[in-house]
Structure formats: structure tokens, C-alpha cells
Design a protein around this ligand. Sequence first.
Ligand SMILES: Nc1nc2c(ncn2[C@@H]2O[C@@H]3COP(=O)(O)O[C@H]4[C@@H](O)[C@H](n5cnc6c(=O)[nH]c(N)nc65)O[C@@H]4COP(=O)(O)O[C@H]3[C@H]2O)c(=O)[nH]1
Length: 955
Amino acid sequence: MGQQDNLPASMAPSDKDAAFRRLFFRMPVASMLVDASNGCVIDINPAFQKLFGWDRQQSLGRDTGHEFPLWHSKRQRESMLEHFHQHGSMDHFEAELLCRDGQLKTCLVSVEYIELDGMLCRLSMAYDITEQKRFDAELKKSQERLHMALNASQMGIWDLDLHSRTLHCSARAAFMHGFHAYPWEGPLSFFTRSIHPQDRTAMRRAFVAICRGEQRRYRLNYRQLGHNRQTRWLEATATLHRDTDGNPLRMVGTLKDITDRRRNEQALIESELKFATLFQGAPEPYCLIDRDTLSIIEINHSFTEQLGYQPEPVLGQTPEQAGLWHDKARTRALLEAAKSDQNLKGHELIVKHRQGHNMTCELSTALLTINRLPCLLISFKDVSARKKAERALRASEQKFALAFKASPDSISLTERDSGRYIEVNEGFTGLTGYSADEVIGKTAQDLGIWADYQQRADMVAELNEKGQVRDREMRARGKFGQELLASVSVQPLLLDGQNCMLITARDITEQKLIEARIKHLAYHDALTDLPNRTLLADRLKQSISLYKRVNLRGALMFFDLDHFKNINDSLGHSCGDAVLQTVTQRLLATVRKQDTVARLGGDEFVVLLSGLEADHDQCLLHIRGTAEKLRKALAQPMHIEGHALELSVSIGIAVLPEHGDNPEDLLKRADIALYRVKESGRNGIAFFEQAMQLAASERLTIESELRQAITQGQFQLHYQPQIQADNHRIVGAEALIRWQHPERGMISPASFIPVLEESGMILSAGQWVVTEACQHIRRLLDGHMLTENFRLSVNISPRQFRQQDFVEQIEQAIRDSAIPASYLVLEITESIVIQDINDTIAKMQQLRALGVSFAIDDFGTGYSSLSYLKRLPLDTLKIDQSFVRDCTQDPNDAEIIRTIVALGLNLHLKLIAEGVEQQEQLDFLVKLNCHAYQGFLYSPAVAEDDFMRLLEVGR
Ligand SMILES: Nc1nc2c(ncn2[C@@H]2O[C@@H]3COP(=O)(O)O[C@H]4[C@@H](O)[C@H](n5cnc6c(=O)[nH]c(N)nc65)O[C@@H]4COP(=O)(O)O[C@H]3[C@H]2O)c(=O)[nH]1
């Protein structure tokens, strides 16, 4: 049907055309009339002009096929026309039409035939749907986006009609509620029955609140119970829509399955709980930092314990503000690195302990999300101790290297098994002569470093067994073949998995020689190189234990050179030494190899005869024979330093094993036998006998009794008058000590003076004698019994004279008794004089200056030397009684006395003869002009009272 058919049928055709034209021009739809016969434009309406921008005048008459470029797509036009020609009309053909300005418009084109003024026309109308198309497209897009978004967020949607309470759900929403995954529509109550009973109230409240307008939206979580009682967590949102009057109309919302999220949240809560527990309980200090603000969120107990910071002051601060460290650059680097998702590991930092000291810590970081907050977990590992240990190790390694290099000892590093040298120091070169280049890489065996390679094997065995070797003596060989003794210490080392040895070696060749020498000296006498007392004791011990097991004997001969002291003192020590060496040679030349010759000191020699096989008597014979042989050997004249000397020896012998089962006893017993020889005039041999032991122990008894005698005043002085030879008057006296023993009565000094001398008690006894003698003079003076020329002689022992304060002691005694010193004569022996002539002279001169005079006792019995005699400030020579005794019978003694008297007279000395018992003796002496005498002829020594009486008679 054409467009005109819509006009009223009562209208005439021309009216109809006019009305159509009016309608055409008013139509809001873009319309165009085209001549159907030629396709030229008859007219366009204003809506057309507006839509496409074409001017009416320009358009009219144009051929729509060629001249009027309306169609964008030729194919579209052809397709439209084809359809039009086929069907006679065209409805809503969507086409892209061009505007005059080139814009494209999407239009729905409808075309139909109309007859206008008798002319067949095509009426084309274009509805512009460009906007609608765009809108549709966008809507579609947005729907797609929504769909995608819902899909992506796994959401379902629902729409509730509040009047009918009918619920429309998307397939996903339905599925979430336990339905099949298809869109669902039905009553709300049916849909919500699977909601967990505990959540229904909350759901209902939210629903009511939204309907009442208390809130526009809600979002709540609820549990949905599935068929298999599996619970799902759903999150529902709802938005209320109202009608134009404001009444609730619909409620639209989403549903989301949040079961996993809830589970994750729960897991997170649990994991955060675990984290918190771990965090607090961790043994290492931990600090949790807000990644964005860098402020401290939490510190753990270890942090407080080890770094000293309590949580309170540091929480909320940055580490720097809290004073943990001050190295800003490092902090920044540390935190930046951590922030940029690079977890740090073992980042070393100096951290300040709360108390101010620095700690070296290794920091490690981990990025975490705690309560949805990005955090940085920092762990602090205190490595101060390790660092210190490392420093110490480095220092010790340096020290080791230094010690290795600088050590004067030879240090070498070798492989334990092969002995291959890895490193040597300069000390090694010094010791062996090999440079490092010459040895490194070679083995000890290659070089022949060890003189005895077995020793190296033994050393390695010891190292394996004990873990180290200390001061092992080993024979080494140097580069030039020189052998040396080394003290070797070894420490095991593991170098690159290889067992090695650090060998320290020191040349002890020299030291060993010295040690041997020292050892030799410790057991030998320096002068004669003979075994000393220690070595002798050793050999004695061996002999004793041997002789106990086998039937052998030995003899210990104790030698004493008679009057050796005199030789030493008078001829000098070098002469004395030469004598001792000659004695040594002679002894050694006389004994067998297995015998021992030892020197105990001074002139004491010992010969140990060993391994004597014979019965007792034969043995004794053999021993005596040997002793005699030795005595004779020593008696041979010696020519030393121009002196012809003849020695005699005293020998005391103890027999092994019967005379003692230890060296001390044997030596003591040989000494006792020797003592016996000396007692009986020396130059002899004596075997030890038990009786001697008794005598010796008697001597000991005397010694202890003498001590008492001194303290208990058991000594007395007796006085033997000295008579002037020409007028028989008493001109003096000799004070002689007596011991009034409480049981044994008066004891002669001959038996105890030697004991006093040996024991040293002579010093106190001698002092007592001097004091007592002075007091005696005092009493005589007080009794007016003395003439001015009276002299009292006192015997002075060598030890007494040698005392440092001897002069003072005499002076003191004189002063205490207040006597003129001239009354006192000190009798000294030759042995005193020759011990130290200068000291003797000095002391004598000092005393002489006081007025004390000196007599030399027993003159002629010793090594009298005229030269000494001349130098001494002497007054008197006493002729020994041994010459006097036989002077009337023995021409020798007579001659000696003559010589002594001549000598004395020559030296202007007074002469007193001792032991004059017979008138003939006196006559002989008087004839020689001997000045005075003493002896039994006139009187023995008598007690003080008796002496006084003698004085009265004999003055
Ligand atoms: N056979 C015989 N003997 C005579 C005769 N006239 C005197 N005598 C004894 O001869 C000794 C002389 O004393 P001596 O040679 O100094 O020898 C003294 C002296 O060396 C020493 N002595 C005595 N008293 C002391 C003293 O106070 N101090 C010191 N250090 N030695 C003393 O003891 C020695 C012995 O003294 P004594 O036993 O008192 O023996 C005295 C005396 O009693 C005589 O005619 N015939």
C-alpha cells in the first residue's frame, strides 16, 4: 500500500497530492521522493535536509544512482533495490548513508511506490538510528563487561520483585544456592530456605532495614547449606529500587561465593597466629616494620633480650629513630632493597645495643602481609662473637705466618704420608742449608733430611698415637752432609683435606754436648776428672746390690794425704792441685780398669776395688796388698814446680758387702778406719773393725758431752809454770784446759781438743779460755803475786785465730779483766802461720800494738819456713817436747834443738823448751842458752790454787 492510501478516500486526487505534499514536508522522518522511471530526485523534505545536510535545490533532479552520493556502500544500495524490485516495497533496511559533510549515518530505510500527480514515485524514508546503534552497541558492550565482570568476580545476580516476592536469579546465583546452573525464578522463601539458621536473623534484619529505608544497601555474609551438608559462605549485596512514588519496588543484588576467601581468611588468621607465636618465640631477634612508613610494628622477646630494647619506646619509631643504628646510607639501602622486593640475606650492619655498645649483626629481611599490611620482617643475627673469633683467627693466622717466617727455629710443613715439603721457613734453611726452592715439592726421603729414616717413621707413629710429638730427639742431615741432633716437635694439620705435619726443629747438637758436659761435671771432679762423691755413691750402690746377689766382694779405700794442707798452704794452690793430679794419675795407673778412683774433695780420694772373687781372708790379703801398692805408688817422690815432695797417705778400708749395705755406711766406715790410722800417727792402712765403730760413737758421745760441758761450766784452766833456766824462777805459765767430767773426772785436753776442733766448739771453748786466763791474771795481780815480767801463755787453735773478730775478742777479754796486755802471750802453731800469712801478720801486729806477745808452739814439727818466721812479730819460740824427750840420747833431736836455739837467738827470740822431765835435759838446754823451760821436772800443770802456791814459793 502506497503512502497516499493513508489519506482520506473522499479527497480528490489533486487534493490528495497536495495533502501528501504538506504531510511530506512536515514529516519528522527524513524522506525523499524519486521518480521511479529514471531514479531522479523529485523532492526531499526538511528532515532529510537536516539529517544529511543536502540543500533542496541542489538535490532536485539528481540521479540517485550517480549524481546523488547518498549511499556509502554501492553493494548495500544494489541489495536494497534488488529486494525492493522483487517485493515492491522495502522495510527497515539498515544502511550506511553519507551526509554531505562526509559523516556516516546508520539509518533504517523504508521504500515504497506512490503515485503522485499520476507519476510513479518511490518514497524513501530514512530513520536515523546512528545514536540508537551506538547506544545499543555500548549497552551491549557494557552488558558484556558486566557479564564478564560478574563472571570474573564469580558473582551471581538476583532481582527480587517486592510485591510478588518473586526472585529472579542468574545461573551462577542459582548454582550458589544449590540449584542447577540455570537462571532460576521462584518464591524468595524457597530460595532462602538453605540459608544457615544462625544467619537467617541477620539476613532478615538487613532485609527489613533496607525496606524501611534505614539503609539503601547492605552487604552481608551468610552460610548456605548444600545438599551434602556442605557449608558455603556467600556474600550478598542488595540495593533497593523504589517506584516513582518512593515505595519499595525491587531489590537487586549480587551473590558471591566467598567460601575460599573465608577459608583463606581463617587460614590467614591461623597463620598470623602461628606467625605471632613463632615471632615471639623465635630465638633470634626479630623486628616487624611497616613497609611504607618504616616504623617498627613489633619486636620479639629475643630482640629485647639480646639488643636490650623494650617494646614500648621503640614501637612506632623507625629503626633509626629508635637508635638501632645511625648509618643512614646503609639503612636507606637496606630498606630500599627490602622494599623493592629483594629480600636481604646476611646483610652485615653495626647495631647499637640499648646500653650503647656496638654489635655486629647479620640482617635478613622478608616481605610479609600481616593484617593486609605490607610489612618487612627483619631478623638480627648477632655475629659479634663470630666476627671477633674471625678477627682473632685472622690475627692468629697472621701471627702464625709471622711466627712461621720470623721463627729462628726451623719450621716446615710437609705431607704426613709422603714427607713432601709444602713450605719451609728461613730457620729451616739456617738449620739444614737447603733453600725453600730446593726442598718444596721434594720429600724428606729424596733429600735424606733424616739421618735415620726409621726415626721419621717412629715420629709419625707417635704423632698418630698421641696426636702430637714434643721434643723428640732426631738425627738430621744438612745439605752438606753435616749430621746434627735436632729436637723435633710436630703438630698435625689438615690442609685441603690432606694430612700434613707442622714440624718445628731446633739444633740441639751444641746443647747436647753442653748437657753431656754438665752431666759429666755433675758426676766428676773438675780438677782431676775423677768420679765425684755422687758417681761413687752410684757405683757403690750398683756394686752392693750385685754383691748381694753373687758371691763377690769389693773394697772401699778412703785415702787421706798426710799433711796435704801444709803443702797447699805453704806451696800454693797450684802446687797443691798439681800434687792432686799426680796422685790421681798414680792411683789410676795402679788400679784395674773395673776399679773406680774417685775424689771426694780436698785431699780425700777413694778407690773402689770391684768384683773380688775369693774367700774372705784371701780377699783381705788382696785388698791389703793393693792398698800397700797404692801407698807405695804415692810415696814415690814428686817433682812439682821445682819442689821435691814426698807424700805419705793414710788409708781406711771398708769391705763390701759386709761393712755396709749402702754407700753412706760404707764411706763412714772407711772414714772411721782412716781416722784410726790418722790417730795412730798417719801413713798407714787400717781395715774397718767393729771396735772402731765403738770409738767413733764414743767420739760422738764426747761431742754431745762437750756441748754440755761448755754450757754447764765443766772446764777449768790448769797452769804449768815456765821457769827461767838460769835462776829457776817462775817467769810465766802456760794455761792448759782441763775438763772436769761429772762421772769420769779430770779429762786431758789431748782427748777432747781434737773433738772440739772438728766440731767447731773450739771457738766458744777458746774464747772461754782467753777470758778465764785474763781473769786469772787479774786475780794474781789483785793478789800482788805477779812480777812485771810475768807472762801467761794461752793456746790458740787455728780456727780460733782465723775468726774475723779474733783481735776484738782478745781486746775485749783484756779490757773486761782490766789487765795490762803485756801479761798475755798467745801461743800459735806453725799451721796458723802458713794458712794465711798476711792475715796472721796483720792480726799479730794489731794485738802486739796492744801489748800482747806471741810464742810459736811446737816449733820444728811442721814445715818451718825461715822466711815466714822472719816476717812474724814473734817473741818466743817453743821447742817441742818431742825433740826434748830424747835430746840426751838422740843426736838428731839434740841437733834439731841446737839449730832451733841458734835460730831463735839469731832472731832475738826468747826460747822455751817444753816437756823437760829430767835434769840432763835441762842441763843440755841450759848449755845451749835456752832461756826457759816447762815440764814435769819443775811441775805439771796444776790448778789455780796450787799454782798460786807455786808462785809464792818460786818467785
Ligand atoms: N809427757 C810430758 N808432758 C808434759 C810435760 N810438761 C808438760 N807436759 C804436757 O805437755 C803439753 C803442753 O802443751 P801443748 O804442747 O801446748 O799441747 C797442748 C795443747 O796443744 C792442747 N791444749 C791444752 N790446753 C789448751 C787450750 O786451752 N787451748 C788449746 N787450743 N789447746 C790446748 O792440748 C795439748 C796437751 O795439753 P796437756 O795434756 O795439758 O799437755 C800439756 C802438758 O801437760 C812433761 O814434762 N812431760
